[in-house]
Design a protein around this ligand. Structure first.
Ligand code: ZN
Length: 368
């Protein structure tokens, strides 16, 4: 009985310490590391509900490589209870909590204005206090002087854009023309904008996806039941702050949102190629039915639409590829081939509004 009690006491701890399933994992691509970043996060130092140590802990649980705490500069609802004259304070605390941990903490702030320009995050800044400037253009110029990467937050937010349609104002056009705006949220918290994706692609802004978390990640994104926080996957040369900044400015980003991957073809195609591979192809006994084993080494549950000239024996034209696992496709090639090319449309990926990328799985037949 005593033994059992002891075991029960330890069970929650074991479950807690061994839970790696929630870590967000995507494979690296040719020449780049695929880093997981969440660059729009709040704490009690603006309108969030938690202390910065919780943000660090959540990020470590989720396998996030880099975070930025982006407290509102102009909106400070807890200030009567938590006075903090230094606007860098939440960053400094998070940096301390992340010491000797596998997490990069980037200094940031949220420029919080009515439309236009609405809300924007400036990250990689040197001093948030110096961004307390009234003139909306001057604050962006100061951020750039500090070496910031600046992105427009939730351009489709109905509270600031009644119809929910992301639209460039003259001020935004000026910011882009002056190189003061580098990215745009296509994904914010639980929302996505086709129009923001269009703007990102027309005006060459980095595609961003962020949690904009104020409460708890687990509750907001249903992590215990299989959900995930939205993040920006950054294709970086190294696992450093400087490398992440370089990659963001070069637009090597992919948003990961509700099991969808959203990015420019040049970034998304290599990630899909690295994520989905054929590991074997063999004819079933003396039939002309080819068994193709397809492996998914990413966290995405891929929804593939068959675009090949062949039909499948064990599924319709829609095939689901579960995260971090393999599936066997029974392909009716009609006659025995040495090699079969199997094009699929990836329905849970977007390379432009309404456009799903194609992948071609190349199956070289074993022992034929
Ligand atoms: Zn925010």
């Amino acid at each position: 009985m005593k033994k059992l009690t002891l075991l029960i006491c330890w069970l929650p701890f074991l479950a807690f310490s061994q839970d790696t399933s929630r870590k967000i994992e995507f494979p690296d691509v040719d020449g780049y590391l695929t880093l997981v970043t969440d660059l729009h996060i709040h704490t009690v130092f603006s309108d969030g509900s938690v202390w910065p140590d919780i943000r660090v802990q959540e990020a470590l649980f989720d396998g996030v490589d880099a975070i930025a705490l982006t407290e509102h500069l102009e909106y400070q609802p807890h200030r009567a209870d938590i006075p903090h004259p230094d606007r860098n304070r939440s960053y400094e605390l998070a940096l301390e909590y992340a010491k000797n941990k596998e997490l990069i903490v980037i200094r940031g702030a949220e420029i919080t204005r009515s439309m236009p320009p609405g809300h924007s995050n400036a990250i990689f800044i040197k001093d948030a206090n110096k961004l307390l400037i009234d003139d909306p253009l001057e604050v962006f110029r100061e951020a750039k002087r500090q070496g910031a990467f600046v992105f427009w937050n939730h351009p489709h937010w109905p509270a600031q854009q009644k119809d929910g349609i992301a639209t460039l104002s003259d001020l935004h056009k000026q910011l882009i023309a002056e190189n003061l705006l580098d990215g745009i949220e296509v994904v914010n918290e639980g929302t996505y904008s086709d129009e923001a994706l269009q703007i990102a692609q027309s005006d060459k802004l980095a595609i961003m996806g962020t949690s904009d978390i104020h409460g708890l990640i687990d509750w907001m994104f249903d992590v215990p039941t299989g959900g995930h926080r939205p993040v920006t996957l950054v294709l970086a040369r190294e696992r450093t702050e400087a490398s992440i900044r370089e990659a963001l400015l070069a637009g090597r980003t992919i948003a990961w949102f509700k099991n969808n991957l959203i990015g420019n073809e040049a970034n998304l195609a290599p990630l899909l190629r690295a994520s989905i591979r054929v590991t074997s192809a063999i004819y079933q006994d003396n039939t002309d039915v080819l068994q193709v084993t397809v492996q998914n080494v990413s966290d995405a549950r891929f929804i593939l639409h068959n675009k090949s000239e062949y039909t499948l024996h064990e599924s319709t034209d829609v095939v689901e590829l579960a995260p971090q696992s393999s599936v066997v496709l029974w392909v009716k090639t009609k006659k025995r081939l040495n090699k079969a090319d199997l094009p699929f449309e990836v329905l849970n990926a977007l390379t432009a509004p309404g456009t799903h990328p194609k992948i071609s799985l190349s199956a070289t037949v074993n022992g034929n």
